[in-house]
Design a protein around this ligand. Structure first.
Ligand code: NAP
Length: 324
């Protein structure tokens, strides 16, 4: 049986690009996988990992003859990548991406898309704090959502073709308007990252003695912010540069709510704090029931077995305890 796509071209081969390469290969979604990236050493790494069939530093070369092209670079690189590949895109090809913002992507890509190429932007809501070709794994998209934001002019059959590609990699697919995507993602992803960058940044500015105490006692909450704040700086710079309006809108609401909490703390308003914390606990429960998080305590981190309690008899035999 032939694969759904004859040639898949991945431009950018970091965490997301390499995960697509591995999942597409495992599921037999393309006869040929072509990989292109900016740096020779990154391309060599991808080749050593065996992520594709064709490796090239020339993005136009990679997309030539491809019926599915997915941009997997930081969003800030899209315009220059698109200028390089546009003349080589094949009529009838689907051009997609995985960028974390969508309105800006449409604004940059749409004017450069050649006649007959179907632009269907996408965003897999899946990731980790790791980057580069070796960070990818085939299961990254399993059980996660992928949002597609086709414009009104796109043939629904082409959107369905791309949706089928993501479903085959384990994703659930939803289509929506690019502006709506950006507003939803501003609060579910972009603001949480900004808050994490801010809280970890505050610690970085503390004097050395306090900082070492924060690190020592980090398991009390701070540690979980550091995972998010360790995300790729270039990718996240681009997210905030390109989703400015939605982020500022949601940040306004966030600041208002923070002031309400600040007031409750200052005035010792216990009932207000308890009501708020009860509502937020319910949201975590609903994320677990939706299968988007593990119910295991502490995010399912493995914990070393606690040493068995030492009985007084053993203590006595070893000369320990009160009798010693
Ligand atoms: P990554 O691991 O840092 O990989 C980025 C890739 O893009 C690398 O192969 C890099 O290669 C290449 N690249 C960077 N600048 C380039 C340029 N100017 N021209 C050509 N290639 C270039 O990043 P990632 O996490 O996979 O993110 C890629 C995209 O996925 C971003 O748009 C991001 O918004 C989106 N996304 C990320 C996540 C996440 O959790 N990480 C989740 C969903 C969506 P070189 O080493 O050759 O520069």
């Amino acid at each position: 049986m032939s694969a759904p796509f004859k040639k898949l071209a991945l431009i950018g081969i970091g965490l997301i690009g390499s995960s697509i390469a591995l999942a597409a290969r495992r599921q037999g979604l393309a006869d040929v996988i072509a990989i292109s990236t900016r740096k020779a050493e990154t391309l060599d790494e991808a080749r050593e990992l065996g992520l594709g069939d064709i490796y090239t530093l020339d993005a136009a070369d990679a997309v030539r003859g491809a019926d599915l092209v997915i941009l997997c670079t930081p969003v800030g690189a899209y315009e220059s990548v698109m200028r390089a590949i546009a003349p080589a895109l094949e009529k009838g090809a689907i051009l997609s991406d995985v960028g974390s913002v969508k309105g800006h992507v449409v604004k940059v890509l749409a004017p450069l898309v050649p006649e007959g190429v179907h632009l269907i932007p996408g965003h897999p809501i899946a990731g980790t704090e790791h980057s580069g070709p070796s960070a990818g794994f085939a299961e990254l998209f399993a059980g996660r959502w992928c949002v597609l934001t086709p414009g009104a002019e796109v043939d629904p059959a082409q959107t369905e073709r791309l949706a089928g590609f993501w479903r085959a990699m384990g994703s659930q697919v939803e289509t929506m308007d690019a502006a709506h995507h950006d507003m939803v993602l501003a609060i579910t992803s972009h603001i949480p990252h900004l808050v994490a960058y801010n809280i970890v940044g505050t610690v970085a500015d503390l004097e050395a003695a306090t900082q070492s105490e924060v690190i020592k006692f980090s398991a009390s909450g701070f540690r979980d912010f550091t995972r998010i704040a360790a995300s790729d700086p270039v990718m996240w710079r681009d997210v905030f540069l390109t989703n400015r309006d939605a982020v500022l809108e949601m940040l306004g609401r966030f600041s208002e709510d923070l002031s309400v909490l600040q007031r409750a703390v200052r005035t010792g308003d216990g009932p207000a704090l308890e009501t708020m914390f009860t509502r937020t606990r319910a949201i975590r429960r609903s994320i677990i029931s939706a299968g988007q998080e593990t119910a295991a305590p502490d995010f399912g981190r493995p914990h070393e077995a606690t040493p068995a309690p030492v009985s007084p008899v053993i203590l006595r035999e070893h000369g320990g305890g009160d009798d010693a």
